[in-house]
Design a protein. Structure first.
Length: 70
């Protein structure tokens, strides 16, 4: 299960709005918000695009340990 707070922290560390980040990974800003708040889980292709955007692995996004923005 993805940790939405981790995605939010990574997005905010890069000073991105939900709209900018959603556009970058191919989802709506509403979906970004739902993922960050834990209401929805991203599909595997979307999760892969998020990991690619943040230059990390899917495992790092799924892991409970903290991850620093790169």
């Amino acid at each position: 299960m993805i940790n939405g707070n981790k995605i939010r922290n990574l997005r905010e560390a890069q000073n991105l709005t939900t709209d900018e980040f959603g556009e970058a990974v191919g989802i709506s800003k509403t979906m970004v918000s739902f993922i960050e708040r834990g209401f929805k889980q991203p599909s595997l292709p979307v999760l892969g695009r998020i990991a690619s955007y943040f230059k990390c692995t899917v495992d790092e996004l799924l892991c409970e340990s903290s991850m620093q923005p790169k």
